[in-house]
Design a protein around this ligand. Structure first.
Ligand code: NI
Length: 256
């Protein structure tokens, strides 16, 4: 099994990463993508990736972390992207949830586009964070195609938008919310997702699945997410596991 989006570089998980890795491997989760959200967390993701087998890194600047970012920050991300353990640029994208001002949203768009260009220059796929910004995310991806592929991380948008994103060749990552009893949107999104585009992720320390909801999340909980995904799709967990592994290899060009 694999966790295609996790934050062991977060302060709440970093000091315990040895135990987190061990518990995950014991649960059968053996591949991990640790994702950065700014320059410092991207460096930490690389550091962690070099400590453990099966751990990879994504480097990038998240739309909520743009304050103080300048050309030098982008150059740092570019420099980090040359590390052999880096397999993606992310997480990058648009988050309009807390940002209602047009100038702020434009700044996010500019940085999203700049980092897609970087990913294309480096021939790396991107991990996208899109919150309350489906249409603008779509429009940017149409105009600035990520040439090496892309995943919409923690997808919970409408099945209609999902179909349009799928037509662009995007992958979709699903997390704990697909196990929540009343989470109709994430469940519908899994059901509408093409099997060859689906990925498991925890986004830990956030979004713990049932029965750990409300507690700190960690990568061993992929088991609950994979099982929920398999049952929503009506296929055996083992078949879903193999399917997700193939998708991960196709998107990130990593041999598992
Ligand atoms: Ni994340």
């Amino acid at each position: 099994m694999l966790d295609s989006h996790c934050h062991w570089n977060d302060d709440t998980l970093y000091p315990e990463r040895n135990e987190i890795f061990k518990r995950a491997v014991e649960a059968g989760v053996t591949t991990f993508l640790v994702v950065g959200w700014d320059v410092a967390s991207s460096k930490k993701a690389i550091e962690i990736a070099h400590e453990f087998p099966g751990v990879y890194a994504a480097v990038g600047i998240h739309p909520e972390n743009l304050e103080g970012c300048d050309d030098h920050s982008l150059e740092e991300i570019r420099r980090l992207s040359f590390d052999p353990k880096v397999i993606a640029i992310g997480e990058i994208g648009l988050d309009y949830h807390w940002f209602s001002e047009e100038t702020e949203r434009q700044k996010q768009q500019t940085w999203f586009i700049r980092q897609i260009a970087l990913a294309n220059e480096r021939n790396l796929p991107i991990s996208i964070h899109a919150r309350d910004a489906s249409q603008d995310t779509y429009d940017i991806l149409v105009e600035h195609r990520p040439n090496a592929g892309a995943v919409l991380h923690c997808y919970s948008g409408s099945p209609e938008m999902e179909e349009r994103f799928a037509k662009l060749g995007l992958y979709f990552g699903f997390d704990g919310p697909i196990t929540y009893k009343n989470a109709a949107n994430p469940k519908a999104a899994v059901q509408a997702c093409p099997l060859d585009r689906i990925l498991t992720e925890t986004d830990c320390p956030y979004l713990s699945p049932v029965p750990y909801r409300g507690q700190r999340n960690e990568s061993s909980h992929i088991v609950e997410i994979l099982n929920a995904m398999a049952s929503l799709k009506g296929i055996p967990p083992k078949a879903m596991e193999e399917n997700v592994a193939n998708n991960f290899m196709n998107l990130f060009h990593v041999k598992l």
